[in-house]
Design a protein around this ligand. Sequence first.
Ligand code: IMP
Length: 431
Amino acid sequence: MANVVVVGAQWGDEGKGKIVDWLSERADIIARFQGGHNAGHTLVINNQVYKLNALPSGVVRGGKLSVIGNGVVLDPWHLVNEIAKIREQGVDISPETLMIAENTPLILPIHGELDRAREEAASKGTKIGTTGRGIGPAYEDKVGRRSIRVADLADEATLEARVDRALQHHDPLRKGLGIEPVDRERLLNDLKAIAKEILPYAGPVWKVLNEQRKAGKRILFEGAQGALLDIDFGTYPFVTSSNVIAGQAATGVGIGPTSIDYVLGIVKAYTTRVGEGPFPTELLDEDGNRLGTRGHEFGTVTGRKRRCGWFDAALVRQTCATSGVTGIAFTKLDVLDGFETLKICVGYELDGEVLDYLPFAAEDQARCTPVYEEMPGWSESTEGARSWNDLPANAVKYVKRVEELIDCPVALLSTSPERDDTILVTDPFAD
Ligand code: IMP
């Protein structure tokens, strides 16, 4: 297949980094299409650890074009720092290897300030638990038609007009939250200074990708976060502010949906979530602690402890459907080693009825109780397994049952953070 989209099929942190790295070796172009530096992608290559937020994972592999698409919101100061850090690790990043869409909206310091001030002012039950990086306010400015976009950095008069338009909106908002008005001159000077560092990477991403696609190049679309954080289909309002599902890959770079050949959903063998919001299978007991400890479940961006729970097949079936997932990469199976019994959520009970999906209404969600199916666990280690024969029979049964329940086949099974500890069933890039 020529073009593959990778999406997280839960609440993010499904282990996308390793899979994206594995696929990016086979791709010519790696493109980010949504989110921003709220993402934390950790790659381990030849014992070197690379931590990426805004940069596509392809940058650490030589000879590839990495792309930041218009669906992303970009903090130019963070990006410049991230590039500097990655360069210190010996990676070559230049306008030949990185292109940023000219129509990408910028995240400004005022967005981060607003994000954090709102979270501080929020009462219990309304706090989202954001990463505090200004993602939501930057997307609000995009749909409010007052963003400063990458292309605007090229012309000082346009930049000044855009800043004034943004401040007309932001100053009254800030006043309401008790934040002082924006220092216009400072913001303009900072933007003019960063413009010189960002503009060399700016280009018409939609055009380049369409040309490259026609020339037969393989494009990997690298999703961030997870489909349950999608602004439309996630657990609203406890979501991120972008569309995360696979359809966004097309609008987030400017190719048509017909150019997407395969959607790989990344699915963790259990469930985690950072931040607030509904989580029907959350475990607040010893089993939950054990998943967190064995799975090293701490956020890469904020360091927060992730909430942990049983695998929710009803929710993953839903995300596989809304993203049109062709096959899944099933990760962190080894974290389940040693559990006597495993539970899988297959639906929800609501007012005496069993639903096979999670309804959108918040009051209904709060009253839904998971319906579980129990399966025997396994005592043997699955860590590092590289073939089905290396897996205990009960682990194979667990994976097969998950496939049935989510109505989607396993394409890859990952059994440790090491890239070679993977069982390959279907290569998403294979013709
Ligand atoms: P925001 O994206 O910073 O606005 O945060 C909104 C919600 O998405 C919060 O619950 C965050 O914890 C969550 N979130 C944002 N980015 C990620 C991610 O990369 N992994 C997991 N959760 C995320």
